[in-house]
Design a protein around this ligand. Structure first.
Ligand SMILES: Nc1ncnc2c1ncn2[C@@H]1O[C@H](COP(=O)(O)OP(=O)(O)OP(=O)(O)O)[C@@H](O)[C@H]1O
Ligand SMILES: [Mg+2]
Length: 248
C-alpha cells in the first residue's frame, strides 16, 4: 500500500505542518522524529483521516483518502494507535479490544457486542500476542499505563488494517518495556507485511527497529532518509541540542 501525503495544516495561531510531501510504500517501517509541538501527531492524524489538511491531499493506493468510506473501507487500510490510547476506562479489556471491529460490524453490531462480545477469540489471540491474555475480563481503568498501551495495540490487531500509524506508542513505558513493545510491534508489522509509521523520541529505538526516519521541526520536513544516513548532528539540530545528547 502506498500512502502519499501532501499536506498543509494551519491552526488559528500557527501553522502545524508546512508543505509536507512524502510517499510511504507498502511494508515500510517509518519513524517520525521531532521535538514536542513539531507536528508529529498532526501528520499522523492527517495520514489516518482523523483530520483533513486545509490544503493538499492524501492518497492511499492512489485513491484520495476522502473518497474511502470511513467504516469498513478506511479501517481495513489504516489504523491508528493514539498518543492518549482512546480506551473506554470503565469497559472491560475485551470490549475495548473488540471495538477494533467497529469498521467490520457497523454501529449496531458493535452495540450488540457490548452485550455479548462476538468473535471473542480474536480478542484472546490479540491479547495473547501482546502478553496480557489474563487481563481479558479486567476493567480497563485498573490496568497500568503500559498494559493499556498493549490493549490499544490489541484493538488495532483485531482491526487488521494494512497500515498501522502509532503515535508515541511507548511513551508511557520504562526503557526495557519500551524496547519489548517496539520489538513486538515491528515483529507484528514485519510478519504480516504491514506498513508501520510511528512517532517516537528514542533515537536508539529508531535505529534498531526502523528503516526510514522523517525529521519534523516547527511543522517542516528537516530530513527524510534511510535510518543509517541520519547522523547525530542531524538529530542534535532537530532537537536543537547543544552539548546534550538525546538517547534512550
Ligand atoms: N487542535 C489544535 N488547535 C490549535 N493548535 C493545535 C491543535 N493541535 C495541535 N496544535 C498545534 O500544532 C502544533 C503541532 O502539534 P502536534 O500535536 O502535531 O505536535 P507533536 O509533534 O505531536 O508534539 P508532542 O511530541 O508534544 O506530542 C503545536 O504547535 C500545537 O500546539
Ligand atoms: Mg504528539
Amino acid at each position: 500500500m502506498t500512502n502519499s501525503t501532501n499536506g498543509h495544516r494551519p491552526y488559528p495561531r500557527s501553522v502545524a505542518l508546512v508543505r509536507i510531501s512524502l510517499e510511504i510504500r507498502s511494508g515500510e517501517r517509518v519513524a517520525i522524529l521531532g521535538p514536542s509541538g513539531s507536528g508529529k501527531t498532526t501528520l499522523l492524524h492527517i495520514m489516518g483521516g482523523v483530520i483533513q489538511p486545509d490544503q493538499g491531499s492524501i492518497l492511499i493506493n492512489d485513491r484520495p483518502l476522502g473518497s474511502l468510506r470511513p467504516g469498513r473501507e478506511l479501517a481495513s487500510l489504516v489504523g491508528i494507535i493514539h498518543q492518549q490510547f482512546d480506551l473506554v476506562p470503565h469497559l472491560s479489556v475485551m470490549h475495548n479490544v473488540m471495538a477494533g471491529r467497529l469498521g467490520q460490524w457497523g454501529t449496531l453490531g458493535c452495540l450488540f457486542s457490548l452485550v455479548s462480545p462476538r468473535e471473542r477469540h480474536l480478542a484472546v489471540d490479540a491479547l495473547g500476542k501482546l502478553g496480557i491474555a489474563d487481563k481479558l475480563y479486567e476493567r480497563t481503568s485498573r490496568l497500568s499505563g503500559g498494559e493499556q498501551q498493549r490493549v490499544a495495540m490489541a484493538r488495532l490487531l483485531v482491526q487488521t488494517p494494512k497500515a498501522i500509524l502509532a503515535d508515541e506508542p511507548v511513551a508511557s513505558l520504562d526503557p526495557a518495556r519500551a524496547e519489548d513493545l517496539m520489538c513486538l510491534l515491528t515483529d507484528i508489522a514485519r510478519e504480516s507485511g504491514k506498513t508501520l509509521v510511528t512517532s517516537l523520541h528514542s533515537t536508539q529505538l529508531v535505529r534498531t527497529y526502523f528503516s526510514r526516519a522523517i525529521g519534523l521541526r516547527n511543522g517542516e520536513l528537516q530530513f527524510d532518509l534511510p535510518v543509517d544516513a541520519v547522523t547525530d548532528n542531524m538529530l542534535d539540530a532537530l532537537y536543537n541540542i547543544a552539548g546534550l545528547r538525546v538517547e534512550g
